[in-house]
Design a protein around this ligand. Structure first.
Ligand code: COA
Length: 372
């Protein structure tokens, strides 16, 4: 009897977590982690926040054209989707409600492949209405119909609160949506491209992306920043609290990034927005003190590894300042990322190749069943 052959040694390159692997090409955004630069189709994020609106930035990502007058009002929630939202328990996580709504929405559309800018517009303008409807339903309130005169972000706040936001509040959340719109091959965007590459439809791809973003390693940090600032309590306690956390090997939320080694340019843009908020949260000054101390202590602890402020740190005061509760933060981030996800789906569909990597087998060599 001959012995079964052992599995051949696989010498192909392998990078856990695909870190450092170039897995596609894109003309949507460029991240320069060393210099702290982020460009959407070549335009710096700081300029886009200063001069753009979320509808204009979404349009830029979908079409490549810069149209500062672009408009994107929220779309109504189709009745079958509203029925699905009404059937959810009030305790459901907003991310689960949003994923459910996008799935039900897909079932009401006749989405063809490849995805188009029209499909991207339809889905991106539907989702804020669905999340706002759920945010009201779970409080025992009836959903509010979208106001076609309001653009997407103001329209989202209107549908949550039942009254129009003031301009400064809408503008602050719009800035958050702009910096959250797109960020290369992060886990949710890559998921979206994998699903699109099978020639599946846009709603399925965005459902998958929401599922990926729901994980705490991807979309959960801003609410933890709020918790951290509350724990610090007052500026005089910041240094002791931070040193204590680092001694316990805890991570400071809102600091560090896999790609950025410099100050995250999105954090810089959002800090300006947070500081100019009409409803400036009381603890913003505390957050600024905590940041200064944290950067000093991190630089002392990790002299060879720059750990700087990331986008989530200043996302927290902006989201609080516009009146959203921390449990809505991850789903609001998902709404902002719709522009990027759907733009990637369009880009993937325009030059498609099924995304299907290989796996290194590390199980037993070929063998017979016991007793065989
Ligand atoms: N607080 C304290 N220490 C940190 C830190 C932070 N925020 N970020 C990194 N470090 C430390 C690590 O503990 C590690 O130290 P060690 O070598 O003594 O173990 C070292 O820096 C390298 O960490 P590593 O996990 O390899 O860095 P990374 O580049 O993979 O991590 C993050 C990126 C974002 C996961 C990490 O910085 C982090 O957990 N940040 C806090 C959560 C957060 O803000 N997430 C939102 C990101 S947009």
């Amino acid at each position: 009897m001959t012995e079964p052959a052992a599995a051949p040694v696989d010498t192909r390159p392998y990078s856990p977590g695909l870190e450092g692997i170039v897995a596609g090409e894109s003309s949507l955004s460029y991240i320069d982690g060393a210099a702290g630069r982020l460009l959407y189709r070549g335009y710096p994020i700081g300029e886009l926040v200063r001069d753009g609106t979320y509808p204009a930035i979404a349009d830029l990502l979908w079409t490549g054209d810069w149209n500062p007058a672009a408009r994107l009002p929220c779309a109504p929630v189709p009745p079958p989707v509203m029925a699905a939202l009404r059937a959810l328990p009030a305790s459901a996580k907003p991310m689960d409600a949003l994923r459910t709504a996008v799935s039900a929405w897909g079932a009401t559309q006749k989405l063809t492949w490849p995805a188009s800018p029209e499909q991207a517009r339809a889905l991106t303008s539907f989702s804020p209405s669905a999340l706002a409807a759920f945010a009201r339903l779970r409080r025992g309130l009836e959903p509010v119909e979208p106001d076609p005169e309001l653009d997407l972000v103001a329209g989202f706040l209107y549908q949550i609160n039942g009254e129009r936001p003031d301009d400064a509040t809408a503008r602050a959340l719009d800035a958050y949506f702009i910096v959250g719109a797109e960020h290369g091959f992060n886990a949710s965007t890559f998921t979206c491209r994998v699903i699109t590459s099978t020639r599946s439809d846009l709603a399925s791809a965005v459902c998958g992306a929401i599922g990926a973003m729901k994980g705490p390693l991807h979309g959960g940090a801003p609410s933890e920043v709020v918790e951290q600032i509350h724990q610090v309590g007052s500026p005089d306690k910041a240094e002791a609290w931070i040193r204590g956390a680092l001694d316990r090997k805890e991570r400071l939320m809102g600091f560090g990034h896999r790609v950025y080694r410099a100050y995250d340019p999105r954090a810089a843009a959002l800090r300006q927005v947070a500081e100019s908020l009409a409803n400036r949260p009381e603890w913003l000054d505390l957050a600024i003190t905590v940041e200064d101390v944290a950067l000093r202590v991190l630089a002392e602890k990790y002299p060879d590894r720059p750990i700087k402020t990331n986008v989530e740190y200043y996302a927290a005061p902006v989201l609080m300042g516009v009146g959203l509760t921390p449990d809505l933060f991850p789903a609001t981030f998902a709404l902002a990322r719709h522009a990027g996800w759907t733009a990637h789906a369009i880009e993937q569909g325009a030059d498609n190749r099924l995304i299907r990597p290989s796996v290194r087998y590390i199980g037993p060599a070929e063998r017979s069943l016991p007793g065989g």
